[in-house]
Design a binder for this molecule. Structure first.
Ligand SMILES: Nc1ncnc2c1ncn2[C@@H]1O[C@H](COP(=O)(O)OP(=O)(O)OP(=O)(O)O)[C@@H](O)[C@H]1O
Ligand SMILES: [Mg+2]
Length: 386
């Protein structure tokens, strides 16, 4: 069925122009030439998208947008504001009124069309996940400082190029992940931690997300050492993650180190648990132990992947074949040293894979993201079949 777009503009020529163009592209078009009529039609017809002019005599577009957002039946309809007002303040007012996107006239039809497509596909992804269809990918290490967060960030960035992805930093007081991406204040997780699990729904969790300039969305922990005392009850954490699977197709969680009660709970929710290790004897022995515990917890082998990170270029490291024997598990991926890139990307506040997409490291992270996607698909199919 064709997707229905409601075009709202007091200027009839403009209505015709946009309407015809979109109609030619196969969309079903409905038009309104006043704010009052627009609200009536939006309620009666439930369009998939609204294109909204700002300057109209009876009621301006901001007000129309606010009223759409205030009405439960229309609150989720994507809105593109389309107007001759090009000042930054106008845009800000548009977004504050609840617009999803903003275009200034005159706009090339190709641009309008691409924005329409992007918004509609984002909405489709949301709807597909509406019953909590997203998958959780957990990153965990037996030992700290081995590159777990860097891996989680880069895999999340790679996944987000393909599907709606949210990255969660589950380490209150230790949440340096946000800082490395250029966010100075990160209170999202702390704000949710004090809530009752039953009171958490998708909108309240989504409201705490921040968006990186790359489009990746994040739920961040603070990096203030004093806040490492903040406790997140496993029930609350589980409710947060479940709501995130409604919001996103992939929920990537940085669990840091160790199998705390919290991490045990989160690992159980994960379709894929990635265990991060460096080629060093102590880390490997601790990892072997961690893998055994995960297996005892009932995580099947195909839900657990081990990633070996070589941060140092050195002959003084244990070769990967020997590492595999030590942990009794094959490596899903091996990441090469990339100290310079890791440093530069962190300085720029960008994931390595976006900072230098053609680098060896970027290729390795992207390949791992592909592998994780494939495994999630396989596991999901297995669940359906059994
Ligand atoms: N492939 C790599 N090559 C070289 N350096 C890397 C690589 N991956 C990560 N690093 C660097 O290693 C350091 C530790 O990384 P990161 O913070 O991701 O580790 P972590 O395991 O999450 O640490 P923590 O236990 O503190 O959370 C960082 O300085 C990071 O830039
Ligand atoms: Mg970390």
């Amino acid at each position: 069925m064709a997707e229905k777009i409601l075009v709202i503009d007091d200027d009839v020529d403009s209505l015709k122009l946009i309407g015809l163009m979109l109609q030619k592209k196969g969309y079903e078009i409905s038009v309104a030439n006043s704010g009052a009529q627009a609200l009536e039609k939006a309620l009666a017809e439930r369009p998939d998208l609204v294109i909204l002019d700002v300057m109209m005599p009876d009621m301006d577009g901001y007000e129309v947008c606010r009223r759409l957002r205030a009405e439960p039946a229309t609150e989720a309809i994507p809105v593109i504001m389309f107007t001759a007002k090009a000042m930054v303040d106008d845009k800000v007012a548009g977004f504050e009124a609840g617009a999803d996107d903003y275009l200034t006239k005159p706009t090339h039809p190709a641009e309008l069309l691409s924005r329409v497509k992007a918004l509609l596909s984002r909405r489709a992804a949301h709807q597909a996940a509406a019953e909590g269809q997203g998958h959780v990918v957990a990153f965990l290490a037996a030992k700290g400082g081995v590159g777990t967060s860097t891996l989680a960030v880069n895999v999340a960035a790679a996944l987000s190029q393909r599907q709606e992805t949210v990255l969660v930093d589950f380490r209150p007081g230790l949440g340096s992940l946000g800082m490395e991406l250029g966010f100075s204040r990160s209170t999202g997780l702390a704000n949710l931690a004090s809530r009752q699990p039953a009171s958490l729904d998708a909108p309240s969790v989504e409201a705490e997300l921040v968006t990186h300039s790359s489009g990746l969305r994040l739920l961040l922990s603070s990096a203030r050492p004093a806040e490492s005392q903040l406790r997140i009850e496993p029930d609350v954490a589980e409710a947060i993650v479940r709501q995130l699977t409604v919001v996103a197709r992939a929920v990537v969680a940085d669990l840091g180190t160790g199998l705390t009660n919290l991490n045990r709970r989160l690992v159980r929710l994960a379709s894929q648990c990635l265990v991060v290790v460096e080629p060093q004897r102590t880390a490997l022995l601790m990892t072997r132990d961690l893998l055994e515990t995960l297996s005892e917890m009932g995580l099947e082998r195909d839900r657990v992947g081990v990633v070996l990170i070589n941060r140092a270029q050195s002959g003084l490291q244990i070769p990967w074949q020997e590492a595999e024997q030590l942990i009794d598990h094959e490596m899903l991926a091996i990441i090469s040293p990339a100290s310079e890139l890791a440093f530069q990307a962190a300085e720029a506040g960008f994931p390595m894979i976006l900072y230098q997409p053609n680098s060896v490291a970027a290729t390795q992270y992207s390949r791992l993201a592909d592998e994780i996607s494939a495994r999630i698909e396989a596991v999901a199919k297995g669940v359906v079949a059994s």
